[in-house]
Design a protein around this ligand. Structure first.
Ligand SMILES: Nc1ncnc2c1ncn2[C@@H]1O[C@H](COP(=O)(O)OP(=O)(O)OP(=O)(O)O)[C@@H](O)[C@H]1O
Ligand SMILES: [Mg+2]
Length: 315
């Protein structure tokens, strides 16, 4: 672990969940236009940890792959046909709560082979939808819908929706800066955070620069409009960092490069671990299935560093 990581872990300030008297929940968005960089892994594991710590967490599954929904016990095949999703929400066909379901984890199977689930307290999911592939077309044809997410935050400002005082939103976004991604990022203020997870085993360190450029362009393009459009990167999340059994030189080089280029911004490392991959198949996140595993322990440190202490410490 780097000194930077340690410093952040031990000195992290407790985060103000409602800075500047805002009324809508604080937003953490996992964003990086590179496939397979641990956006979904980070969203689901961090979301579970925050929920177990007593925060009320609402995760928006904004990727048409619906991986977050799948991991949180909400595969498309298990969906009640009447259940609204984020796709309905974008179109204005339902309320936020109507598109929200309780996150769950799979505990086994019944005699007919149907999966059995247990709900995760405090963890809610704005249900994913594979039709999100059509969002860019929808937003091109109906430009007023581009404000769907900003309008949603505005309902809190207008008092039409009231957030729980411990409520936090996490966004799992697709690996591109298309209209869907931009339509959510325009609602972010400088108090919110865009967190880019970077898998050090990948080749995407240049993707971070591209993200920062895109956010700057976005701020310029939308400045003067009503929406805050101030998405900011304050922390970078390095995932799959080297361990004694997984330690190719290039992984170390990537870590060193990111530490050099983003000094003071690197969160505690999330080490390489085979446990993360299992959550897709098992439909249960490591903090529930394997609380002592490396991903659980490492994301706990990330939660500390981001300023989310345990609100319900064990007696
Ligand atoms: N700390 C880690 N150690 C080892 N493997 C990891 C780690 N974090 C993530 N992975 C693996 O990397 C792969 C990609 O992760 P994930 O699906 O979270 O990425 P993503 O950014 O959401 O991808 P996409 O762009 O497709 O949405 C998965 O197989 C996941 O299990
Ligand atoms: Mg994903």
């Amino acid at each position: 672990m780097s000194e930077v990581g340690l410093r952040k872990t031990t000195l992290a300030a407790v985060r103000d969940l409602r800075p500047r008297k805002r009324l809508n929940p604080l937003i953490l968005a996992m964003v990086l236009a590179a496939g397979g960089t641990a956006k979904t892994t980070s969203t689901t594991i961090l979301g579970t940890i925050l929920a177990l710590r007593g925060y009320i967490v609402r995760i928006f599954d904004l990727d048409p792959q619906c991986n977050t929904s799948e991991i949180l016990g909400r595969r498309e095949e298990h969906k009640d046909p009447e259940q609204k999703t984020v796709w309905d929400l974008i179109q204005g066909l339902c309320t936020l709560d109507e598109a929200t379901v309780q996150a769950r984890y799979r505990t086994g199977y019944d005699e007919e082979g149907e999966p059995l689930f247990t709900e995760i307290p405090n963890l809610y999911l704005v249900h994913g939808d594979s039709q999100l592939t059509d969002t860019d077309t929808l937003l091109a044809n109906k430009p007023q819908k581009f404000n769907w997410f900003y309008n949603l935050t505005g309902l809190y400002a207008k008092g039409e929706l009231a957030a729980h005082e411990r409520e936090v939103w996490l966004l799992d976004l697709p690996a591109n800066y298309g209209k869907l991604t931009l339509s959510t990022l325009i609602a972010l203020t400088e108090d919110d955070e865009v967190i880019p997870p970077l898998l050090v085993t990948g080749k995407e360190s240049g993707a971070l620069e591209k993200l920062l450029r895109t956010l700057l362009e976005m701020q310029r393009e939308f400045s003067g409009d009503m929406a805050p459009a101030s998405p900011t990167v304050k922390n970078v999340l390095l995932c799959s960092t080297p361990t004694s059994s997984h330690n190719a030189q290039e992984y170390h080089d990537t870590v060193a490069e990111v530490e050099r280029d983003y000094p003071g911004m690197v969160l505690p490392y999330v080490r390489h671990s085979g446990v993360t991959a299992k959550q897709y198949r098992r439909q249960v996140t490591p903090p529930i299935s394997d609380p002592k595993s490396a991903p659980s322990v490492d994301y706990e440190k990330v939660a500390d560093a981001l300023g989310f202490p345990d609100l319900e410490p064990a007696a």
